[in-house]
Design a protein around this ligand. Structure first.
Ligand SMILES: [Zn+2]
Length: 205
């Protein structure tokens, strides 16, 4: 049985606020996800992956807004939590063996999630599984960012290593966050919202 490792290290809190709204929902987004490297995906794959990730988080009350491109330093991206997802093709030698993605701190309090797309593609084998695996890898890493920790859960989306049963559940959209994951996500979002609200006025552009 093959296991999929998802490595992540997340520290610090978000510092940005603003008014980008969640697509279609009419509510302010809790999370803005900037994406670069989408040229690696087909248009269909890109749309389906975003849809699946958005639905996973909508089920737990978290609204995501997606933006193509890199967050601009100095701009106000507009949500309590802002993430930059980088899809990269080349798995570098120093990446943890077997890891499909990892989250790291980024400039000015932003978080970056790097997805080793060639590994996802190689492991998945079929286009359907590739979309599902990529969506769940993103959901897992976004989970780390929202929780503000690199902890893992014994089951579900935040499990450290997925097995065949988990991958089958992904295909049915039935892999979920645990109740502890949900508590930590809510706590993390509340901390981020409070932090944004208490932020002193900017003294420079
Ligand atoms: Zn992880």
């Amino acid at each position: 049985m093959r296991a999929y490792e998802i490595a992540a290290a997340v520290v610090g809190m978000m510092t940005l606020g603003g008014s980008i709204r969640g697509a279609g929902a009419g509510k302010q987004a809790d999370l803005v996800v900037y994406v670069t490297g989408v040229g690696l995906l087909s248009g269909t794959e890109d749309r389906m992956v975003r849809k699946t990730v958005s639905e996973i988080f909508e089920r737990v009350g978290v609204q995501i807004s997606w933006v193509n491109g890199k967050p601009q330093i100095g701009a106000v991206p507009g949500a309590p939590v802002v993430v930059h997802v980088r899809l990269v093709q080349q798995s570098m030698a120093d990446h943890s063996a077997g890891a499909l993605a990892y989250a790291t701190p980024y400039a000015h309090g932003l978080k970056a999630i790097t997805v080793l797309y060639d590994r996802v593609r190689m492991i998945a084998g079929s286009p359907d599984l590739q979309r599902q695996l990529l969506a769940h890898v993103l959901a897992h890493e976004i989970g780390h960012v929202l929780q503000g920790t690199d902890r893992h859960a014994p089951t579900g989306i935040m499990k450290a290593c997925w097995n065949r049963v988990d991958v089958v559940a992904m295909g049915r959209n039935s892999l979920e966050f645990t109740s502890t994951d949900l508590e930590l996500i809510r706590e993390g979002l509340n901390r981020a919202k409070t932090y944004v609200g208490d932020r002193p006025p900017s003294t420079h552009d």
